[in-house]
Design a protein. Sequence first.
Length: 282
Amino acid sequence: MSSVVLTYEQDFSLDQTLGCGQVFRWDRDDKGWWHGVVGDKVIRIRQTGNRLTFKGASSSWISRYFSLDIDLHPVLASIDRDPVIHAAIRQCTGLRLIRQPVWECLISYICSTNSNIPMIRRRIANIAAQYGKEIMFEDKRYFSFPDPSVISCSDEHSITHCKLGYRTPYVMDTACMISDVRRWGDTITAQPFGEARRQLMKFPGVGPKAADCILLFAFQKYEAFPVDVWIRRIMHHNYIKNLNTASALTTKEYDSIRLFAKSYFGDYCGYAQEYLYAARNR
DNA sequence: ATCCAGGAAAACG
DNA sequence: CGTTTTCATGGA
C-alpha cells in the first residue's frame, strides 16, 4: 500500500472526482475505499484528509490519472464568473477532470447515448466481462477493458450478451476502424480542437455530445462543452433564457450553447460544464 | 402503460 | 436544408 500527501495547491477530492459521472468503472464501498479498473490495472484507493492511500499503481501513475499535476486554482478562477457557477464550484470542491484511456473512453461514450449512468456502467462492465482479461485482485475477479481487435474479431452473437441495444453495430464498426490503426489517439491529440472533434465524429455512434465528452475526459481538450439534457436545462434556466426546450436539441442549438459557454467561461469551459453537471441535483 | 435517460442516424418534407 | 422518427434497454 502506497500513499501520497496532497499539497494545498492540489485541492483534490477523490469522491467528487470519481463520483461525478465522468468515469464508469469505479465503485465506492461504505468505508470510503474506491476500486476501479483502468486499462489492465485494478486500483484500490482512499482519501483521508490530504492523504491518498492506494495500491495497484505507482504514485506517478496516480498523479497523472487524476491530473494532480494541474494547478486547479487558476483554472477555477478563470471560470468563476457568476453566483451560479460559483456555488457549483463550492459544492464540488476538489473535482478534477481525469485522464481516461482514449479507446475505452471512446467506446464508453458510444454506449452512453440516450441512457442513464447505471445503464452505461452495466454495458461497459458487460463488455469487459465478455471480452476482457480476468484479473484477480484481493480474491475478487475483475476484467480489463478489451483491445479493439478483440471486439472486432469476435463473432456477432457473443456481443449480444453485452446488451448494447442499437449501439451494437456502432461499437463493432468503431472497433474495426481502430483495430488496425496503431496509436490512433496520437493523431487526435496532435490536432487542434475543431479538427479533433470532426475526426472523432467520423466514428459511427459519435455525435457532438459524445465527441465533446471524449475530448474532455480522454484528450484534455478543456474547451469542449458537452451539452446533454441536464446541461441544456441548466443553461436554459441560468444563462440562456430564450431556448425552446420543448423540442429536441438540434445541431444548431447545440452549437449555440457550447459556443456561448466557450465565450462566457473561456478556454476551460469544460471544467465549468463538469462542475455544473456534478452539482445538478444533489 | 407511459416517460425518461450524459443522443445519433436515418427518413422525411 | 431543417425537422421528425426510430433505435434497444431497463428503471421509475
